[in-house]
Design a protein around this ligand. Structure first.
Ligand SMILES: NC(=O)c1ccc[n+]([C@@H]2O[C@H](COP(=O)([O-])OP(=O)(O)OC[C@H]3O[C@@H](n4cnc5c(N)ncnc54)[C@H](OP(=O)(O)O)[C@@H]3O)[C@@H](O)[C@H]2O)c1
Length: 245
């Protein structure tokens, strides 16, 4: 199966930002969506906006740090649509702060969301993909995995782990599966600065408003990777605003 129409795509972190934009973008192109996030009201609004326009989407309350939640997400795809073609692991938190602030709960949340969350997705989807002898992982990294800037040390480390896990998975995936890393730069979403210390948040939001690209830029990069013919793996896309260093 190539193209986007008819593909069953599960997306984590679909209640806002890049995930919500990607859901809308893929729905317009005929994908059937299973959307996961923790905030029921935001997730329902995304599902409704898609179905109101004639698209196909189901919401599942998912905390990616919980293994059983990812299992429920992929089970929903298989029960409702009979298959799962793509898992977009997008859920993330950018609660960055200087090390001296010792925001250890935020460090733990970044490790749990980006690393454990990604592994939970792999654990849930890989057996489905192997059974089908087809499937695609699209993992959302960050340019922070390429250029480390203060105070993003922990965030950058966890996104570096996403990059490494994606490449390791790709090398083991064999001829039937596709594995893609999409690494966005500064993107105009509500997640920028969310949970960060006040001064850091203010600086990030200021910079976002000056230079960030729209989330549609990331959504179309994800769509590009998905729509390639079977047997063609777009392994890595870095998409950033031209002005970003
Ligand atoms: N914006 C940027 O500049 C930028 C740049 C590079 C990479 N990224 C990456 O892009 C991804 C999306 O970020 P965004 O900018 O779109 O921010 P966002 O609007 O805050 O979106 C983050 C999404 O992740 C979900 N999420 C967070 N923790 C979760 C958990 N434990 N379980 C399930 N869902 C969870 C949130 O939903 P709930 O709160 O409803 O669960 C939300 O839907 C992240 O991985 C981020 O690191 C963003």
């Amino acid at each position: 199966m190539s193209g986007i129409r008819g593909k069953v795509v599960a997306i984590t972190g679909a209640s806002s930002g890049i995930g919500a934009e990607t859901a809308a973008h893929l729905a317009e192109r005929g994908a059937r969506l299973v959307l996961g996030a923790r905030r029921a009201d935001r997730l329902n609004a995304v599902v409704e906006a898609i179905t109101d326009k004639g698209g196909t989407a189901t919401g599942v309350i998912v905390d990616v740090t919980r293994r059983e939640d990812l299992q429920r997400l992929t089970d929903t795809a298989v029960h409702r649509f009979g298959r799962l073609d793509v898992l977009v692991s997008n859920a993330g938190t950018m609660a960055v702060s200087p090390f001296d602030d010792l925001c250890q709960d935020d460090w733990d949340a970044m490790v749990a969301t980006h690393i454990t969350g990604l592994l939970n997705g792999i654990g849930a989807a890989l057996p489905v993909f192997r059974r089908q002898r087809s499937g695609q992982f699209v993992n959302i990294g960050s340019t922070a995995a390429y250029v480390v800037k203060p105070p993003q040390g922990v965030y950058a480390a966890t996104k570096t782990a996403v990059k490494v896990l994606t490449e390791g998975l790709r090398q083991e995936s064999g001829p039937d599966l596709r594995v893609t890393l999409v690494s966005p730069g500064f993107t105009h979403t509500g997640g920028v600065g969310k949970g960060a210390s006040p001064e850091v948040a203010a600086a990030m939001i200021r910079q976002r408003d000056e230079i960030a690209m729209p989330p549609a830029a990331v959504a179309s990069a994800i769509a590009y990777a998905i729509e390639q013919p079977e047997g063609v793996d777009v392994s890595e896309i870095v998409v950033r605003p031209t002005v970003q260093a």
